[in-house]
Design a protein around this ligand. Structure first.
Ligand SMILES: [Zn+2]
Length: 136
C-alpha cells in the first residue's frame, strides 16, 4: 500500500505538543514521506511520526530464575570440595570394598562418593548423578 504525500497536504498525525492526533500540514517531503509537519492546532513544527507515540514502558514480567533443583552434579561438587574427594579417592574395583563416605575413582564414571551401602551394593554419587554399583 502506497500513500502519496505532497507538500501542503493535510493529514492527521500525532502531535507531541498537543499529545493527541491533530490535523497537520505537510511542509517538507523527503523520498515521498512527510518530513516536517505543522500542527494546525498548536502551530508547532515537528517531524513526522508515522505511528502514534506509544509508551515503551511495556511492563515486562520480571524474569524469575527458576530455582534449580539440587542436582547430583552440584551436590557432587560440594562434597568433593568439602571432603577433598579427589585427594582421598581409591581406584574402584568390584572386589575393593568401599564404605559410606569414601571416595573412589571409577574407570567409566570418574570420581564418586559412596553415599550408602546396601548389602553388596553401594550408591555412589558421581558427577553425572547417583549410580548403584555392585561392590564388596
Ligand atoms: Zn499540536
Amino acid at each position: 500500500m502506497t500513500k502519496s504525500y505532497y507538500a501542503g497536504m493535510d493529514l492527521d498525525a500525532p502531535c507531541g505538543r498537543c499529545k493527541q492526533e491533530t490535523r497537520h500540514r505537510v511542509v517538507t517531503i523527503t523520498d515521498g514521506v512527510p518530513l516536517d509537519l505543522i500542527c494546525m492546532s498548536c502551530n508547532s513544527k515537528h517531524k513526522f511520526r508515522a505511528e502514534k507515540p506509544v509508551s515503551l514502558s511495556t511492563p515486562r514480567a520480571p524474569r524469575i530464575a527458576a530455582p534449580r533443583a539440587a542436582s547430583g552434579g552440584s551436590q557432587f561438587q560440594r562434597l568433593m570440595i568439602e571432603e577433598q574427594g579427589g585427594a582421598s579417592s581409591r581406584p574402584y574395583a568390584v572386589a575393593t570394598r568401599f564404605e559410606e563416605g569414601q571416595w573412589l575413582d571409577h574407570p567409566s564414571f570418574g570420581l564418586g562418593r559412596v553415599m550408602k551401602r546396601l548389602g553388596k551394593k553401594v550408591d555412589v554419587l558421581f558427577k553425572d548423578g547417583l549410580k548403584t554399583l555392585v561392590n564388596g
